[in-house]
Design a protein around this ligand. Structure first.
Ligand code: NDP
Ligand code: 2IT
Length: 443
């Protein structure tokens, strides 16, 4: 058994039941296996053992009072995975499925992602099993304030800078920021994804989705293609999905699907994003409402199954949403490119099936790095006490995404298969973090 396999076996034994965490670490370590095993320093210095154990995992109680006058109790988390390259950075997720395994997988992925950006940020993730769906604004505020009553002692603009993720957008970040400021009496850039009415960055909201398309456009170009005239399937109907669909449309593609956790829509005429924004951003309703505005579209209840023919698939909802049967549907219908907007949306067997059938694959830790990159622009804006305009932040985002693609592509070429962007991303991410870990000593 080689070093990578021994580390994986030990990690699975020591972290029982943490399936998403096992999956994320297995995916990354297996793809850097020959790189790691070809240099003894990693084993001698126990780099993989250290890289796969979070520096700190914080778990706390959040008690809050609902509109029903009852006391509710939720779990809160912040997993600070690795701070070698910079302060901890990564989103907060509010979703009933949140547990330690999901937090650890996301924080581990974030460490690689943040390294790939080339920016000075370490990896973290946090959140709660709180379900924002159906809650009043007062309940959301109440929950966020109580969540921050514990989180504040672990974060700071040079320590750990959380942002949004599933269920956490500008509204939640605003309430979290307000409470942090009240407790600490400190108006600092401690959170990103803030509103534009105070300290937020123009373009941060759009950045993950737009960044995904800038990255994917480069991947298409390298393989003799572009978005122009292509049919695209998008999953999800949240922050990432909406802005990925918007930029793909601006690049001349026809986006025909979107989904939420209740079901999915297919619009053969191309998704009308104004309608989706109205439903999702303004009234926070279910996606089936789309039919009322676009009667030629079709709604299907349940999980999106990727059965609509497309050239490009952009999974932008959640982890493990694209499973083997979905991959078979996509291949059968002639998909050429899959690029991940969500974190770990494709299962390992589905990824293998796609790649072995010639599909070019853009891995999440590179493809969706636009959000966190734009967060760093927001941090710079806050630290410099300036206000950057959307032209500046969007151009910077595009440069960063194009440079991420160029770097993972050249790493893929250097270490084997020229279109193996999965290994390219993992090797690139690992090289920088491990080098910083070795420089900083045994910690
Ligand atoms: P949002 O909360 O804005 O949107 C999430 C979307 O995915 C919603 O349409 C939601 O439907 C759907 N969804 C969530 N969970 C499930 C589920 N279990 N099954 C089916 N559909 C589901 O989140 P974001 O758009 O911000 O995040 C989407 C993905 O992108 C996540 O994987 C996140 O980690 C990743 N990401 C986000 C970044 C950001 O900057 N926001 C940056 C990089 C990655 P419903 O409303 O019904 O729950
Ligand atoms: O998964 C992610 O990269 C995010 N949710 C964004 C993190 C951030 O700090 O902007």
């Amino acid at each position: 058994m080689n070093y990578v396999d021994r580390v994986l076996e030990n990690l699975i034994a020591k972290n029982p039941g943490e399936n998403e965490f096992h999956q994320a670490v297995t995916e990354s370590l297996k793809s850097i296996e020959s790189f790691v095993c070809s240099n003894k320093i990693y084993e001698e210095m126990s780099v993989l053992e250290r890289l796969t154990e979070p520096e700190r995992s914080i778990s706390f109680r959040v008690s809050w009072k609902g509109d029903d006058n009852k006391i509710h109790v939720n779990k809160g988390y912040r997993v600070q995975f690795n701070s070698c390259i910079g302060p901890y950075k990564g989103g907060l997720r509010f979703h009933p499925s949140v547990n330690l395994s999901i937090m650890k997988f996301l924080a581990f992925e974030q460490t690689f992602k943040n390294s790939i950006t080339g920016l000075p940020i370490g990896g973290a993730k946090g959140g709660s099993d709180f379900d924002p769906k159906g809650k009043s604004d007062f309940e959301i505020m109440n929950f966020c304030q109580n969540f921050m009553n514990e989180l504040f002692r672990h974060i700071g603009s040079y320590t750990d800078i959380p942002a949004g993720d599933i269920g956490v957008g500008a509204r939640e970040i605003g309430y979290l920021f307000g409470q942090y400021k009240k407790i600490k009496n400190l108006h600092e850039g401690v959170l990103t994804g803030k509103g534009l009415d105070f300290d937020g960055l123009e373009g941060r909201k759009e950045a993950t989705g737009y960044g995904l398309v800038y990255f994917t456009q480069k991947m298409l170009e390298e393989n003799g293609n572009s978005f122009e005239g292509k049919t695209v399937c998008v999953s999800g109907a949240g922050n990432v999905a909406i802005h990925a669909a918007e930029k793909a449309q601006q690049f001349g593609a026809k986006v025909v699907t979107m989904s939420d956790s209740s079901g999915w829509i297919y619009d053969p005429n191309g998704i009308n994003l104004e309608v989706v924004k109205k439903i999702k951003e303004k009234s926070r309703e279910r996606i089936y409402k789309y039919l009322e505005f676009e009667p030629e579209s079709k709604y299907t209840e349940g999980k999106f199954n990727w059965s609509i023919p497309c050239d490009i698939a952009l999974p932008c909802a959640t982890q493990n949403e694209l499973i083997l049967s979905d991959a078979k549907n996509l291949v059968k219908n002639g998909v050429k490119f899959v690029s991940e907007g969500a974190n770990m949306p494709t299962t390992i067997d589905a990824t293998k099936y796609l790649v072995s059938n010639g599909v070019i694959f853009g891995p999440a830790k590179a493809a969706n790095a636009g959000g966190v990159s734009s967060s760093v622009i927001e941090m710079s804006q806050n630290n410099s006490k300036m206000t950057f305009d959307s032209k500046f932040s969007n151009e910077k985002l595009k440069d960063i995404m194009e440079s991420i693609f160029a770097k993972i592509s050249s790493t893929a070429k250097e270490y084997g298969n020229k279109t193996d962007y999965i290994s390219g991303a993992n090797i690139l991410g690992f090289k920088k973090v491990s080098s910083a870990m070795l420089s900083e000593g045994i910690l």
